[in-house]
Design a protein around this ligand. Structure first.
Ligand SMILES: [Zn+2]
Length: 311
């Protein structure tokens, strides 16, 4: 059986063994913990905080994995089969998993955390008017996602609402401090130097929230290849505005940034572009590393940006 048919077979099993109840979202769990499957490492971290003490969280994608191009594997179907509830980002971040979510939602609780935001919160890519899925980079939007996730956990497991409310209060304080920290660090960089050049356009929400002009070599989706025209126009922008630092990303190959460097050198041989360091964009750092949590990732990014833009 090839992988496609194995996944289809798995899906039919998933439907046969689903456990969604007819009475609202409440699950009959007894004393056991809720088995949660999250797609990205950021969402897994959010659930670990919101559900502390009550959830067992598994993330389908690990550190360094690009969610835009991620194709579900056979083992993912069995992890979904086993879960009580599935949380994913939405806004087409997990572009190749849409069918799997749709099928799963017939029998499982499947929630897109972007549903916790208002239409006005969603940024659109300027050229294409495509909604941008990278909502986690505005800490205040992530706070709304925390509120959404906490509300869903309470619907599923109302007997333990006190635990979820305490978890929410605690993590809300952490996220409010984090938002203040990013704001304070950003304000150390003069306005005209707040320009962020990255491998793909993941930092639009970050730019809007903290006052950075952001340009990515690729658009908001890494699936479409950057063409030489886009690389050329970005190189021209950098040379003209004397923006010397670009940032590599943990989940995106570096080849486009290397090309950018070559084109800028052709435009002005005296102009040397250099890497400002690595940012974590669509996945957290390795477990137990400083960027292995959402809070650590956001701090790593702003500290790296500050160091590169104010040498
Ligand atoms: Zn992305």
């Amino acid at each position: 059986m090839n992988t496609f048919y194995k996944i289809l077979f798995g899906l039919s099993l998933l439907l046969a063994t689903g456990c969604k109840q007819a009475t609202g979202n409440k699950l009959y769990l007894g004393n056991r913990q809720i088995k949660v499957v999250a797609t990205t490492t950021m969402i897994a971290d959010l659930l670990n905080n919101a559900g502390k003490g009550r959830v067992l969280v598994e993330s389908l994608m690990g550190p360094g994995i690009d969610p835009h191009s991620y194709e579900p594997r056979e083992s993912d179907v069995s992890r979904l089969m086993d879960a009580d509830v599935v949380f994913y980002n939405g806004i087409h971040l997990e572009g190749k998993m849409a069918d799997l979510f749709e099928e799963s939602s017939k029998k499982k609780h499947v929630f897109a955390i972007a549903d916790g935001l208002l239409p006005a919160d969603i940024r659109k890519e300027i050229q294409t008017n495509t909604p941008d899925p990278h909502i986690w980079f505005d800490v205040q939007l992530w706070i709304k996602c925390l509120e959404f996730v906490s509300a869903k956990l309470i619907e599923i497991d109302p007997e333990n609402s006190a635990i979820y409310n305490t978890n929410k209060t605690n993590y809300l304080a952490t996220l409010n401090d984090l938002h203040k920290y990013v704001k304070q660090q950003s304000e150390k960089i003069p306005n005209e130097q707040r320009v962020l050049i990255t491998a793909h356009d993941a930092f639009g929400y970050f730019g809007n929230a903290y006052g950075f002009q952001v340009r990515g070599v690729q658009g908001i989706n890494t699936v479409a290849e950057a063409n030489s025209g886009e690389i050329g126009s970005l190189a021209t922008f950098m040379v003209k505005n004397k923006v010397r630092a670009f940032f590599v990303e943990s989940s995106v190959p570096r080849k486009n940034l290397e090309k950018l460097k070559e084109v800028a050198a052709l435009l002005d041989p005296s102009f040397v572009l250099s890497s400002g360091g690595e940012l974590f964009s669509d996945a957290l750092g390795p477990k137990n590393s400083p960027a292995g949590t959402y809070e650590g990732m956001v701090k790593h990014n702003i500290d790296t940006i500050l160091k590169a833009l104010i040498p």
